[in-house]
Design a protein around this ligand. Structure first.
Ligand code: NAI
Ligand code: OAA
Length: 252
């Protein structure tokens, strides 16, 4: 059974802690001690307010569901402490220097960095971009203004540009664009729309390349405690963890 340590005890953290299927939660950490303590009461795992104490516990993989800043601060230490890491706030890896350093640490300590599919589908076969020509990847994301921390009265384009720039401006909302870029090994063009008439998080992905064309639309239910985060993001972490030990590996 896979043993995890949970870094980030908010909306996704709570879903993970309450759906332990194929894994067990062994330790909890959050910059807000009451968040970790609340999950401790729910799932029985111990809460730690000191990161070093947390990372010294006996588990196989640290599951990050906190923030881009938390990844920058803690991911190198997780690997140095000889633990695998799952990174949901993948926007942190848009910084190529940070990414290079982190990958080297993973190699040095023979550990893995897992990037879940998060709030989108299709990430698996987009990896063909690493071996075959991709011409373009466009992500058009539409969320409610509240999810984006904005106030607009009609559908508004709030960002158009590259994924790396978008995630700097909206680090809590467009991690998926960086996951796409890493999978495809290609720049991702992003359009981010705020629409007061939607109550879903919608991701339209258009890819062209040597393989042909793909159009993928994901219309996500928001998650219960954070409408900016799609429920699918938490489900994808659960499914990744459930399959870690499986002898059957599905998808490229
Ligand atoms: N890759 C993807 O497809 C997706 C990624 N995300 C990202 O997943 C992460 C978790 O999402 P939610 O659970 O909805 O967020 P949330 O805001 O509900 O919970 C985050 C928790 O992490 C804690 N935290 C934040 N910064 C921290 C730090 N520096 N050190 C320790 N704890 C820290 C907060 O106190 C909070 O308890 C966010 O970064 C979000 O942007 C969300 C949706 C999709
Ligand atoms: O949950 C979503 O729909 C997407 C999201 O917030 C992210 O990629 O950071």
């Amino acid at each position: 059974m896979v043993r995890i340590g949970l870094l980030g005890c908010g909306n996704v953290g709570k879903i993970i802690a309450t759906h332990q299927d194929g894994f067990t939660v062994e330790a909890l950490f959050d910059r807000l001690p009451d968040h970790a303590e609340e999950l401790a009461r729910i799932c029985g795992a111990p809460a730690f307010s000191d990161f070093q104490e947390f990372i010294s516990q006996d588990f196989d993989i640290c599951v990050e569901a906190a923030s881009v800043l938390a990844v920058r601060e803690y991911a190198p230490k997780v690997l140095e402490n000889r633990k695998n890491i799952l990174i949901l706030s993948v926007g942190a890896l848009s910084d190529s220097y940070f990414r290079k350093v982190l990958l080297q640490k993973a190699r040095d300590h023979n550990k893995k960095i897992h990037i879940p599919s998060g709030a989108i589908m299709g990430l698996d076969n987009l990896k063909v971009g690493q071996i075959s020509r991709i011409e373009s990847v466009l992500l058009r994301t539409t969320k409610s203004p509240e999810s984006l921390g904005l106030s607009v009265s009609s559908k508004t384009l709030v960002f158009r540009g590259k994924a790396n720039e978008c995630v700097k401006q909206f680090p809590k909302n467009i991690n998926v664009s960086v996951a796409l870029a890493l999978a495809a090994d290609h720049d991702v063009d992003v359009e981010l729309w705020a629409d007061p008439d939607v109550d879903r998080n919608i991701h339209d992905i258009q890819v062209t390349g040597e393989f042909g064309e793909a159009n993928i639309r994901i219309v996500n239910h928001p998650s219960p405690d954070n409408p900016a985060t799609s429920y699918l993001a938490a489900l994808s972490v659960l499914s990744l963890l459930k399959n870690l030990d499986s002898p059957l590996v599905i998808g490229s």
